[in-house]
Design a protein around this ligand. Structure first.
Ligand code: AQP
Length: 321
């Protein structure tokens, strides 16, 4: 059973990505699960090529440093030829109306000038990501469910019209994990693309940066630390982060502290310890580009090989070559 998950290099990897997804992928992933750095998806809005390249390397290094087996990981653009060919086959299987009614496209294009065509068509590329690898399950949040449904529709249509090539993928809800909020704006999810970085702790932040950011985290009124997500989201976020690091319950942790300062100190130290091994291994990989390149090439070869027979069959059946 193959489960496929992606991470988009739209910015530096943060502690939300780590606690909410990457750590779980490393700890609980099945032996056939696949993970990819979706750098092509980061081009659907204005982007900086050099930054994108560097963020993709960083994400690959962090995924491996977190303990995901290198042979389960690849970078999307490293198999751009295969994906590009399958993308075309799938665009020729998809109706314009099906792409245009994607809720994410409507939301992200609304009222904007210069919308890239790729913002409309990227769900088809996402279908190519899924169908090329023969993924059975795609763990996604509600916002991506419609895109996986489209991949399923296209797989079914292709199989019925031309011949049975594609595995039918299914969207599944990822197991509930930590949801980390921005430290400066605790009602907003911590995000890679947030412009104001004070509330975002990156996996590669130096320990002193982590301490500084946690120290400045927004907390709400109240005399003593308590876990009340609805009324005190800042304190609840800090306790949730601490709970995720120590694998305890936030309500129980709250009782151990007398002051906000104590909570912040505990959160900073727990985060530094949680991130230390990942940070050290990732930095070692990033400063040894030869090793990272070797791992990256091997991942690309395996990802291309995994999909080759499907791609060739699809091209032949649709009448190409
Ligand atoms: N704040 C978060 N808390 C818990 N989990 C999170 N994830 C993201 N932010 C948090 C999880 O990380 C995985 C990879 O994320 P993604 O690259 O697919 O995109 P995203 O969810 O859109 O992540 P960001 O960081 O918010 O990026 P931008 O700013 O580009 O949108 C996913 O499993 C996600 O749930």
């Amino acid at each position: 059973m193959i489960r496929l998950s992606g991470i988009t290099p739209s910015g530096h990897v943060h502690v939300g990505n780590h606690l909410g997804a990457i750590r779980r992928w490393a700890d609980e992933g099945g032996p056939d699960d696949l993970y990819f750095v979706s750098d092509l998806h980061a081009m659907t809005n204005a982007h900086n090529p050099a930054k994108l390249r560097s963020m993709a390397s960083e994400q690959l290094a962090v995924l491996i440093a977190a303990g995901i087996e290198p042979d389960r990981v690849f970078v999307q653009s490293d198999i751009a030829r295969e994906l590009g060919a399958l993308n075309w086959v799938l665009e020729c299987t998809c109706n314009y109306g099906e792409a245009a009614r994607m809720i994410q496209f409507k939301e992200k294009s609304k009222g904007r000038a210069g919308v890239r065509l790729s913002l409309l068509t990227y769900p088809v590329l996402m279908a190519a990501d899924i169908l090329l690898q023969g993924a059975d399950e795609v763990p996604v949040g509600e916002d991506q469910r419609q895109h996986v449904e489209l991949a399923r529709t296209l797989a079914k249509r292709f199989n019925t019209t031309y011949g049975d090539v594609f595995t039918m993928p299914k969207a599944v809800l990822p197991p509930a994990g930590a949801r980390v909020m921005d430290l400066a704006e605790p009602t907003r999810k911590m995000s890679k693309s947030t412009k104001e970085e004070a509330g975002v702790i990156f996996v590669l932040d130096e320990p002193d940066q982590v301490r500084r950011k946690v120290k400045r985290a927004k907390t709400d009124g109240g005399s003593k630390p308590a876990y009340a997500p609805d009324t005190r989201p800042g304190m609840a976020n800090l306790l949730d982060i601490l709970a995720a690091c120590t694998r305890e319950k936030p309500e129980v942790l709250a009782d151990r502290f007398d002051s906000y300062g104590q909570v912040k100190e505990a959160v900073a130290e727990a985060l530094i310890e949680e991130l230390r091994p990942v940070r050290e291994r990732a930095l070692a990989l990033l400063t040894d580009p030869g090793e990272l390149e070797r791992v990256r090439k091997a991942g690309a070869v395996r990802a291309a090989e995994r999909g080759e027979h499907r791609l060739q069959s699809a091209l032949r059946l649709i009448g190409a070559g």
